[in-house]
Design a protein around this ligand. Structure first.
Ligand SMILES: C[S@@+](CC[C@H](N)C(=O)[O-])C[C@H]1O[C@@H](n2cnc3c(N)ncnc32)[C@H](O)[C@@H]1O
Length: 397
């Protein structure tokens, strides 16, 4: 039997999350190769604002389904579809029409184009998009309808990324559809919710082993605890959602079902103790509902309480949390006191635990009195934030 040809893929992620996407891929069975490297995509930056970094890898279509189903930190997975020289419009149209679009685009499926041109003779993004659509028409018989905006949920246009850099054109197809952080479980939100991909990245960066207890005393809509439960149990984050590849001509629903069943069989029935609390009753209710939709309600102990009243389980374990920064929530409040309280609670109730906090700078985490080092930095909602990590001292006799 002829082996299926390998395709080049590119998992786009939020800047700062590249090392964690790189960490995830070998765990999914992808091998390191010439394409397996975190790399910046400056030319796509303007077009995919939330994702300027990513990781390239290689595999079959089944691997692509698996990457979408399992990746916790990526925003979308692209197929590197075509790569050719294009220094004029006729050349662009001719070369683009040679690509096997029919493998991916069923007749009539609308498309959305994201074009970026850098240091190239073809610099007009609209004109480049027009020629690519014309090439699609040349190849498929009729040009597909063009939509300006991508769908937030469910089926939408097939996104096509066109990048021109130094007269070289790279065309990629999005296989994911709505961004991968939209796992489908978070319908109820509290104030300033964290992206699911960032919460997963925080957990991977924290060094949590998925066995020790996990505590989030500022849980809001529960994202960190839910991602923690999904991670520790090995549940596939994309288990319940739609992906753009499901509308491709080559989509194999039987294979997809098989991969989902395989992923389900790998779920561990027992998990670590995960506690999540918040002083806001509405937030805790939202978190419970989200956890139920994610299928992990029975894996998390939720409670409504202020941080000063938390009752952590016997540890040592990990506190991984996103306290208010003062930019979006609790503005004007004395946040320094809140962080000092957190420090006091950790020192008295969580000796020898690992503490991991998300904050834009050292100022507020410093109020905890813990010795903290910067572990990683990310972007969230256009804001640069850092992950601060420290060990809570052991209790002195
Ligand atoms: C930045 S939000 C957390 C968002 C959360 N990571 C999510 O994804 O939804 C901070 C949370 O801290 C909670 N909070 C503020 N002061 C608190 C206190 N003293 N004790 C417990 N929770 C508090 C707020 O109600 C808010 O939900």
């Amino acid at each position: 039997m002829k082996a299926e040809p390998l395709l080049d893929f590119y998992a786009i992620c939020t800047p700062g999350l590249e090392p964690f996407t790189t960490l995830e891929l070998p765990r999914l069975g992808f091998k390191e190769g010439p394409l397996f490297h975190p790399a910046k995509l400056p030319a796509l930056r303007d077009e995919v604002q939330e994702s300027s970094g990513g990781v390239g890898f290689r595999g079959t279509l089944a691997d692509l389904y698996r990457a979408n189903l399992q990746l916790r930190t990526a925003n979308r997975v692209l197929v590197r579809f075509g790569s050719f020289k294009a220094a004029s419009f006729p050349e662009l149209r001719h070369e683009a029409a040679r690509l096997p679009w029919e493998r991916f685009l069923p007749p009539g499926r609308p498309v959305g184009l994201r074009v970026a041109c850098h240091k190239s003779r073809l610099y007009h993004q609209g004109a480049v998009a027009e020629r690519v659509v014309a090439a699609l028409g040349d190849r498929l018989g009729t040009p597909p309808p063009v939509r300006k905006t991508a769908a937030e949920e469910g089926a939408g246009p097939q996104l096509i990324f066109v990048r021109l850099l130094e007269n070289h054109c790279q065309i990629s197809l999005d296989s994911s559809g709505p961004l991968l952080h939209r796992r489908g479980y978070r319908q109820a939100t509290a104030k300033a919710p964290l992206r699911e991909t960032l919460a997963a990245g925080m957990l991977l960066a924290s060094g949590w082993d998925g066995l020790a207890p996990l505590l989030d005393p500022f849980c809001g809509s529960g994202t960190i605890a839910i991602e923690g439960a999904l991670l520790a149990s090995g549940m596939a984050p994309g288990r319940h959602r739609y992906f753009s590849f499901m509308d491709w001509s080559t989509f194999d629903p039987k294979l997809w079902k098989q991969l989902v069943a395989e992923a389900d069989r790998a779920v561990r029935s027992r998990g670590p103790l995960i506690q999540a609390s918040d002083r806001d009753r509405g937030a805790v209710q939202a978190a419970r509902e989200n956890a139920e939709r994610a299928g992990v309600l029975d894996r998390i102990e939720f409670s409504c309480r202020a941080v000063s009243a938390v009752e952590p389980p016997p540890g040592p374990g990990w506190v991984v949390t996103n306290p208010p920064f003062g930019l979006r929530v609790s503005q004007g409040q004395d946040l320094r006191n809140l962080y000092a309280t957190l420090g006091k609670v950790l020192k008295t109730k969580c000796p020898d635990w690992q503490a991991v906090l998300l904050s834009p700078d050292r100022r507020l985490p410093g109020q905890t009195g813990l010795r903290l080092v910067e572990r990683a930095s990310f972007e969230t909602g256009g804001l640069a934030v850092k992950l601060w990590h420290g060990r809570v001292p052991e209790r002195r006799p």
